[in-house]
Design a protein around this ligand. Structure first.
Ligand SMILES: [Zn+2]
Length: 146
């Protein structure tokens, strides 16, 4: 997206929300795209590392245990990186669509302080807290049934 378009978008958003948009969307875009590239690199490195490790087979049990722990750790950080990548992609999509900065759940503008702290946030604090609470409840129900 061209710079002028982003500026127009900022104005449109400010008008839409009836509030002054104090978040610099161009800065957000640069940040998010940087994060996206970083996470892509991280995932590629992790995948390379994994296939290399599996290929480097050893019969030593101590090595096997160590390798399994390492692999589990890698899978976890891989999942985390994938999750982060999804969030960043999602925020970028909303930025391009022009809905960036509005809560996905209640459509209220997300406070700029929150966006500055977490540029990939797509929920306001209220909705985020609600979502986390319902997730905790789901987990609790699930654990009760186990
Ligand atoms: Zn909300």
């Amino acid at each position: 997206m061209k710079k002028e378009n982003l500026r127009l978008l900022t104005t449109a958003l400010a008008l839409l929300g009836g509030h002054e948009m104090s978040v610099d969307l161009e800065k957000v875009r640069i940040y998010l795209e940087g994060e996206r590239a970083r996470l892509f690199r991280e995932l590629n490195i992790l995948e390379d590392h994994q296939s290399h490790r599996i290929g480097n087979y050893s019969d030593n049990t101590e090595h096997k245990v160590g390798r399994r722990i390492e692999l589990e750790h890698q899978i976890l950080s891989n999942q985390r990186a994938q999750q982060q990548l999804m969030e960043v992609d999602h925020a970028l999509k909303r930025l391009y669509e022009g809905s960036y900065g509005l809560c996905e759940s209640c459509s209220e503008p997300i406070p700029s302080a929150r966006l500055e702290a977490i540029p990939q946030a797509t929920l306001c604090i209220n909705c985020k807290t609600k979502e986390e609470k319902s997730q905790v409840n789901c987990d609790r129900i699930r654990s009760l049934h186990q």
